[in-house]
Design a protein around this ligand. Structure first.
Ligand SMILES: Nc1nc2c(ncn2[C@@H]2O[C@H](COP(=O)(O)OP(=O)(O)OP(=O)(O)O)[C@@H](O)[C@H]2O)c(=O)[nH]1
Ligand SMILES: [Mg+2]
Length: 288
């Protein structure tokens, strides 16, 4: 962790949740953010636990923002996911936060992105955001994460049609979890067919989250996607930097040349050597 202790970070996150701290809503998130979405019970939390384990073994500090359904009466979060991930409770380099969706549509809480920004600033990377398992409505997640993973299980086969208009379209990686069950290959075929029909190229990874099978392959697919998006944005940043450098250089040369033509340049140099006030000289140059 950089400058914040766990307690300070927890306090900051509580302020974000309670609407007392807004600056994190617009902060850029430097860490890689991974969204895990899919119908109820497909294995999102089990998969998230496996990914935490994987990244910890690689030496990363990992954070999870898990969305819990909130009671319309209390507005509070259930601690289900946190209990499921309790094995990491004593690891100081894992930070797990459950947030209440507070009735917001889209499977993520309004403050999830801002919380991810605070966790990123505190040095956690990657940050995993698990959505509610509500089925069709989990589209918001793709707006706040870099890599969206849509999890299916063989039993969700008949739901693909219903999901088509929604979460089918937001995935960067598809996971068929519970591939220890016999109908897993049929599920993969069905997804492949859907993807071919819609002309999308998306990797499908088979996992058994309960045993850890396929997690390495999933992590590699995540890495490939990360490199792709980070290199695109880096290319853009580099291009902007280059354009700015060239512009700066050209504008400087143009201004210097025109000042030299009018002898203002030589006058300014002479005055600097004489010990005249630099601010006055600059003002004179800029107004000439
Ligand atoms: N057979 C089998 N069971 C699994 C696998 N992964 C998870 N499960 C079981 O599936 C059940 C649901 O797993 P969770 O990880 O809680 O699923 P979830 O998608 O987070 O559920 P919600 O958050 O309630 O939507 C649990 O009983 C897990 O033990 C798997 O690969 N194979
Ligand atoms: Mg869960």
């Amino acid at each position: 962790m950089t400058c914040k202790s766990r307690i300070q970070l927890a306090r900051l996150i509580r302020k974000i949740e309670e609407g007392e701290e807004f600056s994190y809503y617009t902060k850029e998130i430097a860490s890689h953010t991974i969204g895990i979405t899919g119908s109820g019970g497909v294995g999102k939390s089990t998969l998230t636990s496996r990914l935490i384990q994987y990244y910890r073994e690689k030496g990363n500090r990992v954070a999870v923002v898990a969305t819990d359904p909130s009671s319309p009466f209390s507005g509070g979060a259930l601690l289900g996911d946190r209990i499921r991930m309790q094995q990491f409770a004593t690891d100081p380099d894992v930070f797990i936060k459950s947030v209440a969706s507070r009735g917001k549509q889209g499977g993520v809480a309004l403050c999830s992105g801002a919380i991810a920004a605070a966790l990123s600033e505190a040095g956690y990377n990657p940050i995993i955001i698990e959505t509610l398992g509500i089925g069709q409505d989990e589209i918001d997640i793709s707006n706040i994460v870099d890599t969206s993973i849509v999890v299916f299980s063989p039993k969700t086969g008949d739901q693909i049609q219903a999901m088509k208009a929604g979460i089918m379209e937001i995935g960067d990686i598809f996971v068929v979890n519970k591939s220890d069950l016999s109908s897993a290959d049929a599920m993969v075929s069905q997804l492949t067919k859907e993807l071919t029909e819609s002309g999308r190229k998306i990797e499908i990874i088979k996992t058994v989250a309960s045993t850890g099978k396929g997690i390495e392959q999933l992590a590699q697919a995540i890495e490939r996607h990360k490199l792709l998006i980070f290199s695109v944005s880096r290319k853009k940043r580099n291009a902007i930097y280059q354009i700015e450098s060239i512009l700066r250089d050209r504008i400087y040369s143009y201004i210097k040349e025109s000042l030299q033509k009018k002898k203002y340049w030589d006058d300014a140099l002479r005055d600097i050597v004489k010990g005249c006030d630099i601010t006055d000289i600059l003002k004179r140059l800029l107004s000439s």
